[in-house]
Design a protein around this ligand. Sequence first.
Ligand SMILES: C[S@@+](CC[C@H](N)C(=O)[O-])C[C@H]1O[C@@H](n2cnc3c(N)ncnc32)[C@H](O)[C@@H]1O
Length: 382
Amino acid sequence: MTTQFSVADIELELLRYPPKQEANLQAWDAADEHLLKQMTENEQTAVTTAVINDSFGTLTSALSHINSQWPIIIETDAKTSQLGAQQNLERNQLNNPNIEWHHSRALLPQGIELVLMKLPKNLNYFAHQLDRLSQVLTKGTPVYIGAKAKSINKALLALIEQHLGQANASLTWKKTRVITCIADGKARPLASETTWTIPQYSLSINNLSNVFAANKLDIGARFMLEQMPEGNFNTVIDLGCGNGVLGLRAKQLYPNAHIHFVDDSEMAIASARSNWHANQLDNPQITGEQASFHWDDCLTHLGEDVEPGLILCNPPFHQGEAITDHIAWQMFLDAYRKLKSGGVLHVVGNRHLAYHVKLKRIFKNCTTVAANGKFVILQSKK
Ligand SMILES: C[S@@+](CC[C@H](N)C(=O)[O-])C[C@H]1O[C@@H](n2cnc3c(N)ncnc32)[C@H](O)[C@@H]1O
């Protein structure tokens, strides 16, 4: 992995999060370099800056390197991106006291004078982020958005204009462009959440804009719902829960269980929580909390006292733009570490991802529970 970042006199050592990943992936891309090049060419001074979708803290670290007191408001939906930024600030001994951390639903503060943003893959989420900015930016505030040149077209510029203000794209440099948008000072209302139903399980699902499976049940998840394990489980983890659909079904099947919902996306955790309450899944015959919600990177911070008998997992196979199986690998390792003896990891995956190889290496056993043309359901026992 290349870790030496060098742009316009800014020298940093930057790692992805988690730091151990395949050799060819690095913590930043050319759009980060382009944004920083533009900042230095503009001789940008250290005004209060919102940094949005900064994958592993490259922009935050670079601004803090230019001025160690640069006031920065970080907005990210991904826990791994927050942890990555913290790791890179520490690694480069950048002790900027003026950094505020926000997730993608917290209210943005007033007084933002500049915005640096990376274009996310999900354009509904992007529109939501622009609407949020429109509620706090005063007229004339510059917003710079870095992206691959191939992602920028007239429709994207029109979307930015509709949600925040007029936008123009720079010339191409290293296959990237920087869009300059000037906020028009008009506050837009936030779009409502998407809600859909799964009639055969009587579940109503509500998805915030950055949650996986935006407006219908994922086909892998559907297959998993048809193949849930039989048993009497007390503690179940829905690992990479998205809107929580697997954990919600688990509570219907194992009514005495406590369900832990875990996801890297804060919006996913908020959706899972809201779906738990909307579907009224608490069992009135038992007392105390019956569900917990964790915004976390896999099971890194899950309490020592949580000893699951079952972990349900439909793993992601990309991190941001990068196709990678390291998250699935980490999820399986964490599952092995946390499961109680005799506990079961129940996984759905695309056939071609060959998760059985990983599971066999970790658990020394793996059974194919079901298969169709596209997916397999695999089970490993600790
Ligand atoms: C394929 S989706 C499955 C969502 C849901 N369980 C379903 O079946 O519809 C994978 C989920 O893993 C989450 N995820 C990605 N990286 C993660 C990580 N490092 N830790 C925890 N969750 C992660 C994603 O945000 C996404 O919600």
